[in-house]
Design a protein around this ligand. Structure first.
Ligand code: AMP
Ligand code: GLY
Length: 423
């Protein structure tokens, strides 16, 4: 069958890499893709939020399966758009309808959902401009630090951690005043957790689910987890501190109540659910849902999945996950993200990338790259994810880090410490 992957990052490169290995895949299209995805299929330059353009491509190329990488088209209702169109309605879309994507699209909705279904999460209250005075009073009695979250999608920038009440009051007013546009017209004020973060993923068909390999993402720009937050500087899978007893708790206390809660609320959800978790002591708490896979977690998770990804997606679309046996490699994956100098602040694009052929023990997943007249150039902040899959964690970390060093472009930066804190 012909398959379309929507998106352009390292996550979509990993999907495309794996899908292209499937015997069930005739032609693969990636839209818009990046400078590396052309190796797995055909790049089509369109915006995944332009549903009419997606429709035209799907009909022209006889696409029979659509995999949606990023959250924005899902929150905007691309799956609903397909279902409402006679010519598209039968084509499986991997990713929830907007009624399910709201788990990521509205933090206030997701916090209410967690509370309604008894899913462990830090305490919180939401405030809008109308309730600003209550919000300021609420902050007066809040423990420190204080976490403020813009309700809507804010390109990964909508979470601010404040060390003082005064700072939190200023931030609340700034958010409600439009700092993040309409995404901040409602603000969730949340208790701060002290613990260690990890990401757990399921793929669900609405009734049943498979649990994918867990991963840990390194969000800070600097060595030793210092400096500004980024989209993610690297990842590892498996996560050593998430032993089976802990993962069983995650399933019982978080995954099952989420899947059941969706059913109770009448939300027909099919696609990925990303659980952003904290391990506090031995207990899991959830701080967020995403309606898609993580990036760069996907780059560590996908190489550990031994099943045919197209089969897995079709089983999801046909609601056949009940008897599906996922086969996970016991090997360790490590991903190091190579980024542009200046990221996550301002950075330049258009730098020529060399050394990709020198990579020895890793797979290179392009992210912010573009192919221009046969030359690979930088085209984003997160440029290339380097993933190594090895028998033990130390070897995976070492080879991914060494291979990241083999790439070169002007201003290149990567963290040399990804995962070594866990060994
Ligand atoms: P998010 O954009 O929701 O992924 O949040 C960004 C980061 O903020 C998370 O990865 C955490 O490191 C941090 N964070 C979010 N919520 C909390 C919380 N309740 N306590 C401590 N840190 C948090
Ligand atoms: N790596 C975190 C995310 O994809 O949101």
């Amino acid at each position: 069958m012909n398959i379309l992957v929507l998106g352009s990052g390292g996550r979509e490169s990993a999907f495309a890499w794996k899908i292209s290995q499937s015997a069930a895949c005739a032609q693969l299209f990636i839209a818009p893709g990046n400078g590396g995805t052309g190796a797995y299929g055909k790049n089509i330059n369109l915006n995944p939020n332009d549903f009419e353009a997606v429709k035209a491509l799907v009909l022209k190329e006889n696409i029979e399966l659509v995999v949606v990488g990023p959250e924005e088209p899902l929150v905007r209702g691309i799956h609903d758009f397909f279902l409402a169109d006679e010519s598209l309605a039968k084509i499986p879309v991997i990713g929830p309808k907007s009624e399910g994507a709201i788990l990521e699209g509205s933090k206030d909705f997701s916090k209410q959902f967690m509370a309604r279904h008894g899913i462990p999460t830090p305490g919180s209250e939401s405030f809008s401009n109308e309730s600003l005075q209550e919000g300021l009073a609420y902050l007066d009695n809040h423990s420190l630090p204080i976490v403020l979250k813009a309700d809507g999608l804010a390109a990964g920038k909508g979470v601010v951690i404040c060390q003082t009440v005064a700072e939190a009051k200023e931030e609340l007013q700034a958010m409600l005043g439009g700092k993040f546009g309409s995404a901040g017209s409602l603000v969730v004020i949340e208790e701060y957790l002290t613990g260690i973060e990890l990401s757990v993923f399921v793929l669900t068909d609405g009734d049943n689910y498979v649990i994918l390999p867990e991963a840990k993402d390194y969000k800070k720009i600097g060595q030793g987890d210092s400096g500004l937050n980024t989209g993610g500087m690297g990842s590892v899978s498996p996560v050593p501190f998430a032993d089976q007893a802990f993962l069983d708790k995650v399933e019982q206390k978080i995954i099952i109540p989420t899947i059941d809660g969706l059913k109770k609320d009448g939300i027909d959800y099919s696609g990925f659910i990303f659980f952003g978790l904290f391990k506090v002591g031995d207990e899991p708490l959830i701080i967020e849902y995403n309606c898609r896979m993580g990036d760069p977690e996907t780059e560590s998770v996908i190489p550990r999945i031994e099943n045919d990804l197209v089969e897995l997606f079709m089983a999801t679309a046909k609601k056949q996950l009940k008897d599906y046996k996922l086969s996970i490699s016991p090997k360790n994956a490590a991903t190091v993200m190579v980024v542009a100098g200046g990221y996550p602040g301002d950075y330049e694009k258009g730098k020529t990338i060399t050394g990709i052929d020198n990579v020895r023990q890793s797979v290179v997943f392009h992210a912010g790259t573009v192919l221009e007249s046969g030359v690979i150039k930088t085209n984003g902040g997160r440029v290339i994810a380097v993933t190594s899959l090895q028998d033990n964690q130390f070897d995976a970390l070492q080879s991914a880090t060494a291979d990241a060093a083999r790439l070169y472009f002007d201003g290149k930066y990567f963290r040399e410490d990804i995962g070594f804190d866990l060994v």
